[in-house]
Design a protein around this ligand. Structure first.
Ligand SMILES: Nc1ncnc2c1ncn2[C@@H]1O[C@H](COP(=O)(O)OP(=O)(O)OP(=O)(O)O)[C@@H](O)[C@H]1O
Length: 246
Protein backbone atom coordinates (compact mmCIF):
# COMPACT_ATOMS: atom_id res chain seq x y z
CA UNK A 1 0.00 0.00 0.00
CA UNK A 2 1.18 3.48 -0.85
CA UNK A 3 0.57 4.69 2.70
CA UNK A 4 3.11 2.19 4.06
CA UNK A 5 5.90 3.91 2.17
CA UNK A 6 7.41 7.34 2.69
CA UNK A 7 5.56 8.60 -0.38
CA UNK A 8 3.68 11.88 0.12
CA UNK A 9 -0.11 11.66 0.16
CA UNK A 10 -0.31 14.83 -1.92
CA UNK A 11 2.58 16.53 -3.64
CA UNK A 12 2.71 19.70 -5.72
CA UNK A 13 5.95 20.31 -7.63
CA UNK A 14 6.91 23.38 -9.58
CA UNK A 15 3.38 24.73 -9.76
CA UNK A 16 2.98 27.88 -11.84
CA UNK A 17 -0.35 29.56 -12.49
CA UNK A 18 -1.22 32.74 -14.35
CA UNK A 19 -4.59 34.38 -14.77
CA UNK A 20 -4.05 36.34 -17.98
CA UNK A 21 -1.03 38.56 -17.40
CA UNK A 22 -1.17 38.06 -13.63
CA UNK A 23 1.24 35.39 -12.39
CA UNK A 24 -0.24 34.11 -9.14
CA UNK A 25 1.88 31.02 -8.41
CA UNK A 26 5.60 30.80 -9.08
CA UNK A 27 7.22 27.38 -8.99
CA UNK A 28 5.45 26.25 -5.80
CA UNK A 29 6.45 22.98 -4.13
CA UNK A 30 4.29 21.61 -1.32
CA UNK A 31 3.83 18.12 0.04
CA UNK A 32 1.90 16.46 2.82
CA UNK A 33 2.66 12.99 4.16
CA UNK A 34 -0.04 10.40 4.93
CA UNK A 35 -1.85 11.30 8.17
CA UNK A 36 -0.06 14.61 8.49
CA UNK A 37 -1.77 17.97 9.12
CA UNK A 38 -0.07 20.82 7.28
CA UNK A 39 -1.02 24.47 7.82
CA UNK A 40 -0.73 27.17 5.16
CA UNK A 41 -0.63 30.85 6.09
CA UNK A 42 0.17 34.03 4.23
CA UNK A 43 -1.17 37.50 3.50
CA UNK A 44 -4.30 38.13 1.44
CA UNK A 45 -3.65 37.50 -2.23
CA UNK A 46 -0.60 35.28 -1.57
CA UNK A 47 -2.04 32.54 -3.79
CA UNK A 48 -3.16 30.07 -1.09
CA UNK A 49 -6.64 29.43 -2.45
CA UNK A 50 -5.27 29.33 -5.98
CA UNK A 51 -2.86 26.59 -4.87
CA UNK A 52 -5.82 24.59 -3.50
CA UNK A 53 -7.65 25.13 -6.79
CA UNK A 54 -4.62 23.92 -8.69
CA UNK A 55 -4.37 20.78 -6.56
CA UNK A 56 -8.09 20.06 -6.71
CA UNK A 57 -8.25 20.53 -10.49
CA UNK A 58 -10.48 23.61 -10.48
CA UNK A 59 -8.57 24.98 -13.50
CA UNK A 60 -5.58 24.00 -15.62
CA UNK A 61 -2.19 24.93 -14.21
CA UNK A 62 0.45 26.71 -16.28
CA UNK A 63 3.29 24.43 -15.18
CA UNK A 64 4.16 21.73 -12.65
CA UNK A 65 2.86 18.40 -11.45
CA UNK A 66 0.43 17.29 -8.75
CA UNK A 67 0.53 13.73 -7.41
CA UNK A 68 -1.93 11.99 -5.13
CA UNK A 69 -0.34 8.98 -3.42
CA UNK A 70 2.18 8.87 -6.26
CA UNK A 71 -0.36 9.11 -9.07
CA UNK A 72 0.06 12.01 -11.48
CA UNK A 73 -3.20 13.99 -11.58
CA UNK A 74 -2.38 15.95 -14.74
CA UNK A 75 -5.04 14.36 -16.92
CA UNK A 76 -7.78 14.34 -14.24
CA UNK A 77 -10.52 16.92 -13.71
CA UNK A 78 -11.91 17.99 -10.34
CA UNK A 79 -14.59 15.30 -10.21
CA UNK A 80 -12.07 12.58 -10.99
CA UNK A 81 -9.69 13.89 -8.34
CA UNK A 82 -12.55 13.82 -5.86
CA UNK A 83 -13.24 10.17 -6.71
CA UNK A 84 -9.54 9.48 -6.21
CA UNK A 85 -9.75 10.82 -2.65
CA UNK A 86 -9.01 14.53 -2.85
CA UNK A 87 -11.68 16.67 -1.16
CA UNK A 88 -11.81 20.37 -0.42
CA UNK A 89 -13.94 22.80 1.53
CA UNK A 90 -14.53 26.36 0.38
CA UNK A 91 -13.92 29.64 2.15
CA UNK A 92 -17.58 30.50 1.69
CA UNK A 93 -19.59 27.31 2.41
CA UNK A 94 -21.42 26.10 -0.68
CA UNK A 95 -24.25 23.81 0.41
CA UNK A 96 -27.40 23.33 -1.66
CA UNK A 97 -29.42 25.66 0.55
CA UNK A 98 -32.81 24.24 -0.46
CA UNK A 99 -31.82 20.67 0.39
CA UNK A 100 -31.74 19.33 3.92
CA UNK A 101 -28.49 18.73 5.77
CA UNK A 102 -28.89 14.98 5.24
CA UNK A 103 -29.59 15.43 1.53
CA UNK A 104 -26.51 17.61 1.09
CA UNK A 105 -24.31 14.91 2.61
CA UNK A 106 -26.10 12.19 0.67
CA UNK A 107 -25.61 14.01 -2.65
CA UNK A 108 -21.90 14.38 -1.92
CA UNK A 109 -21.64 10.64 -1.24
CA UNK A 110 -23.44 9.75 -4.47
CA UNK A 111 -21.93 12.37 -6.77
CA UNK A 112 -18.52 12.72 -5.13
CA UNK A 113 -17.80 9.10 -4.26
CA UNK A 114 -20.10 7.23 -6.66
CA UNK A 115 -21.91 5.34 -3.89
CA UNK A 116 -25.30 3.72 -4.43
CA UNK A 117 -28.33 5.36 -2.80
CA UNK A 118 -28.29 2.76 -0.01
CA UNK A 119 -24.56 3.00 0.61
CA UNK A 120 -24.79 6.78 0.61
CA UNK A 121 -27.58 6.66 3.18
CA UNK A 122 -25.44 4.60 5.54
CA UNK A 123 -22.45 6.85 5.01
CA UNK A 124 -24.44 10.05 5.43
CA UNK A 125 -25.96 8.80 8.67
CA UNK A 126 -22.51 8.06 10.08
CA UNK A 127 -21.16 11.43 8.99
CA UNK A 128 -24.10 13.31 10.52
CA UNK A 129 -23.18 11.67 13.82
CA UNK A 130 -19.45 12.22 13.33
CA UNK A 131 -19.86 15.94 12.63
CA UNK A 132 -22.48 16.63 15.32
CA UNK A 133 -25.24 17.37 12.80
CA UNK A 134 -27.70 14.56 13.54
CA UNK A 135 -30.18 16.87 15.25
CA UNK A 136 -30.25 19.06 12.13
CA UNK A 137 -30.51 16.25 9.58
CA UNK A 138 -33.89 17.34 8.25
CA UNK A 139 -33.30 21.05 8.35
CA UNK A 140 -32.70 22.99 5.13
CA UNK A 141 -28.99 23.72 4.88
CA UNK A 142 -29.79 27.38 4.30
CA UNK A 143 -31.27 27.63 7.81
CA UNK A 144 -28.07 26.60 9.62
CA UNK A 145 -25.98 28.94 11.76
CA UNK A 146 -22.37 29.60 10.81
CA UNK A 147 -20.72 26.84 12.88
CA UNK A 148 -23.16 24.25 11.57
CA UNK A 149 -22.67 25.46 8.00
CA UNK A 150 -18.96 24.89 8.51
CA UNK A 151 -19.63 21.46 9.99
CA UNK A 152 -21.72 20.70 6.93
CA UNK A 153 -18.90 21.83 4.66
CA UNK A 154 -16.63 19.31 6.44
CA UNK A 155 -19.38 16.68 6.33
CA UNK A 156 -19.81 17.08 2.57
CA UNK A 157 -16.07 16.66 2.09
CA UNK A 158 -16.06 13.55 4.30
CA UNK A 159 -18.96 12.08 2.34
CA UNK A 160 -16.71 11.78 -0.70
CA UNK A 161 -14.48 9.36 1.24
CA UNK A 162 -11.33 11.47 1.08
CA UNK A 163 -7.76 10.41 1.74
CA UNK A 164 -6.76 14.06 1.94
CA UNK A 165 -8.90 17.08 2.68
CA UNK A 166 -8.07 20.70 1.85
CA UNK A 167 -9.66 23.09 4.36
CA UNK A 168 -9.85 26.69 3.14
CA UNK A 169 -10.18 29.23 5.97
CA UNK A 170 -12.84 27.24 7.71
CA UNK A 171 -12.33 29.00 11.04
CA UNK A 172 -13.28 32.51 9.94
CA UNK A 173 -16.14 34.35 11.63
CA UNK A 174 -16.61 31.96 14.55
CA UNK A 175 -16.61 32.84 18.25
CA UNK A 176 -13.79 31.33 20.31
CA UNK A 177 -16.17 28.71 21.76
CA UNK A 178 -17.37 27.75 18.27
CA UNK A 179 -13.80 27.64 17.05
CA UNK A 180 -13.00 25.20 19.88
CA UNK A 181 -15.72 22.89 18.62
CA UNK A 182 -14.53 23.05 15.04
CA UNK A 183 -10.93 22.41 16.13
CA UNK A 184 -12.05 19.37 18.13
CA UNK A 185 -13.74 18.01 15.01
CA UNK A 186 -10.66 18.55 12.85
CA UNK A 187 -8.35 17.10 15.51
CA UNK A 188 -10.58 14.03 15.65
CA UNK A 189 -10.39 13.56 11.88
CA UNK A 190 -6.64 13.79 11.98
CA UNK A 191 -6.48 11.30 14.85
CA UNK A 192 -8.44 8.90 12.66
CA UNK A 193 -5.72 9.14 10.01
CA UNK A 194 -7.09 11.69 7.57
CA UNK A 195 -4.44 13.78 5.82
CA UNK A 196 -5.16 17.51 6.09
CA UNK A 197 -3.93 20.72 4.51
CA UNK A 198 -5.50 23.73 6.22
CA UNK A 199 -5.27 27.34 4.99
CA UNK A 200 -6.13 29.62 7.90
CA UNK A 201 -5.62 33.19 9.04
CA UNK A 202 -6.42 32.32 12.67
CA UNK A 203 -2.95 31.20 13.59
CA UNK A 204 -3.70 30.07 17.16
CA UNK A 205 -6.41 27.73 15.85
CA UNK A 206 -4.15 26.34 13.16
CA UNK A 207 -1.34 25.69 15.62
CA UNK A 208 -3.57 23.47 17.74
CA UNK A 209 -3.88 21.05 14.82
CA UNK A 210 -0.96 21.22 12.43
CA UNK A 211 2.49 19.75 12.91
CA UNK A 212 4.01 21.51 9.93
CA UNK A 213 3.46 24.98 8.57
CA UNK A 214 4.09 26.67 5.21
CA UNK A 215 3.96 30.43 4.69
CA UNK A 216 3.19 31.82 1.23
CA UNK A 217 3.58 35.36 -0.07
CA UNK A 218 3.32 36.69 -3.61
CA UNK A 219 2.83 33.25 -5.07
CA UNK A 220 5.85 31.64 -3.45
CA UNK A 221 6.56 29.50 -0.40
CA UNK A 222 8.61 31.73 1.92
CA UNK A 223 9.26 29.14 4.61
CA UNK A 224 8.07 25.68 5.48
CA UNK A 225 8.70 23.28 8.36
CA UNK A 226 8.25 23.18 12.12
CA UNK A 227 5.58 25.82 12.93
CA UNK A 228 7.79 27.56 15.52
CA UNK A 229 10.64 27.87 13.04
CA UNK A 230 8.36 29.17 10.30
CA UNK A 231 6.80 31.77 12.60
CA UNK A 232 10.24 32.90 13.72
CA UNK A 233 11.54 33.13 10.14
CA UNK A 234 12.54 36.71 9.29
CA UNK A 235 10.81 36.66 5.87
CA UNK A 236 7.58 35.39 7.44
CA UNK A 237 7.69 38.03 10.13
CA UNK A 238 8.18 40.71 7.50
CA UNK A 239 5.69 39.49 4.88
CA UNK A 240 2.91 38.18 7.07
CA UNK A 241 3.07 38.46 10.82
CA UNK A 242 4.23 42.04 10.89
CA UNK A 243 0.99 43.06 9.20
CA UNK A 244 -1.20 40.34 10.71
CA UNK A 245 -4.31 41.38 12.59
CA UNK A 246 -3.22 38.92 15.30
N1 LIG B 1 -9.94 33.40 -11.26
C1 LIG B 1 -9.08 34.38 -11.11
N2 LIG B 1 -8.90 35.31 -12.08
C2 LIG B 1 -8.03 36.33 -11.93
N3 LIG B 1 -7.29 36.53 -10.83
C3 LIG B 1 -7.44 35.66 -9.82
C4 LIG B 1 -8.34 34.54 -9.91
N4 LIG B 1 -8.27 33.84 -8.74
C5 LIG B 1 -7.38 34.49 -7.97
N5 LIG B 1 -6.88 35.57 -8.60
C6 LIG B 1 -5.86 36.49 -8.08
O1 LIG B 1 -4.79 35.70 -7.63
C7 LIG B 1 -4.18 36.26 -6.47
C8 LIG B 1 -4.14 35.23 -5.38
O2 LIG B 1 -5.45 34.98 -4.91
P1 LIG B 1 -5.79 33.83 -3.86
O3 LIG B 1 -7.26 33.87 -3.63
O4 LIG B 1 -5.18 32.55 -4.29
O5 LIG B 1 -5.02 34.37 -2.58
P2 LIG B 1 -5.13 33.88 -1.07
O6 LIG B 1 -3.75 33.74 -0.57
O7 LIG B 1 -6.00 32.68 -0.98
O8 LIG B 1 -5.82 35.15 -0.38
P3 LIG B 1 -6.88 35.25 0.84
O9 LIG B 1 -6.10 34.98 2.08
O10 LIG B 1 -7.33 36.66 0.74
O11 LIG B 1 -7.97 34.26 0.57
C9 LIG B 1 -4.97 37.50 -6.14
O12 LIG B 1 -4.30 38.61 -6.70
C10 LIG B 1 -6.31 37.26 -6.84
O13 LIG B 1 -6.93 38.48 -7.18
Amino acid sequence: MASMTAEPMLEARGIGKSFGALKVLHDVDLRVMPGEALGVVGPNGAGKTTLFGAMAGAFPISSGTIRLAGQNLSGSNAAERCRMGLARTHQVPRPFTGLTVFENIHVAAVAGAGLSITEATTRATGILERTGLTAYANRPAGALGLLDRKRLEVARALATGPRVVLLDEIGGGLTEAELDELIALIQGLQAEGLTIIWIEHILHALLRVVTRLACMAEGRILAEGDPRDVIAHADVQRAYLGSSPE
